[in-house]
Design a protein. Sequence first.
Length: 254
Amino acid sequence: PPLSPLLTATGIAKSFGGIKAVDNAEIEVTKGSITGLIGPNGAGKTTLFNLLSNFIRPDRGTVVFDGEPIQHLQPHQIAQQGMVRTFQVARTLSRLSVMENMLLAAQKQTGENLWQVWLQRKQVAAEEKQSRERAIKLLESVGLARMANEYAGALSGGQRKLLEMARALMTNPKLILLDEPAAGVNPTLINQICDRIDTWNSEGMTFLIIEHNMDVIMSLCDRVWVLAEGKNLAVGTPAEIQSNPQVLEAYLGQ
Ligand code: ATP
C-alpha cells in the first residue's frame, strides 16, 4: 500500500529580525516511519520544530497533521491531537518525582454538578490507577522504574531525556518529535535510547528526529530531510543523503 503522510508542512517561513531562520521549507513524515531532520548548526531545525508544533507562529505556511490543518491550534491542543515533542534540553520538573513527571501527562477532568463530580472522582481514581500502571510500564521500558520516587532533578541529563520520551508516550500519541535525543548523552545511554526508539517504532509509533549524531540518524531513519540556511537542501534515504555532494559541502562549509 502507498505510504500515507501523517504530517505534511509546506511553504513554512519564519524570520527573526532580518534573519530568515526558516525560508519556504517543506517536510513530510509518513505514518510508521522514523524520519530524520539534519543540517548544519543554525540551519533552522529547532525553529522548524517550534513552527510545526506552534510554539512559534510561522509567518506563512501550511501544516497538516493526520488529515487536519493545525496552524490555528495552540501547542497543547496539537498535543491532544497526538503530536508531542521533546526539547534539546529535556524539560522535566526537577522538584517533582520521576513518577509525578509521568503523571503530568495524564488528563484532567472538570465537573458541573455534585453527582457528576462524585462520578468523576471515581473515574479519576480509576484513571489514576491506569495512568500509574502505564507510567510504570513505560519507566521500565527506559530503565527508570527503580527511580520512580526519586526527584527528577537527581537524574543525569541522558536519563532526563529518557524520562521526557517516556512521558511523551504517556498520552499514546501518533507522532513524537525528538529534538537531539543523543546530544550530551553517554554512548551506553545513546544505544539504549536508539533501541527504545526502534522498539516503539516497531510497535507502530512514528518519529521525527533532529540529530547531529550521524550514526544515530543512519541506523534509525527511513528517510532524512536536510535543511541548510532555512531551506530544503535534500531528502532521501540515509545512504542517499550520506553520499549527496551538496549535503557534504553544506557540512564542510560550517
Ligand atoms: P542547532 O543545530 O545549532 O541547534 P538549528 O538548525 O536548530 O541549529 P535554529 O536554532 O532553528 O537552528 O536557528 C536557526 C536560525 O534562527 C539561527 O540563525 C538562529 O540564530 C536564529 N534564531 C532562532 N531562534 C531565534 C529567536 N528566537 N530570535 C532570533 N533568532 C533566532
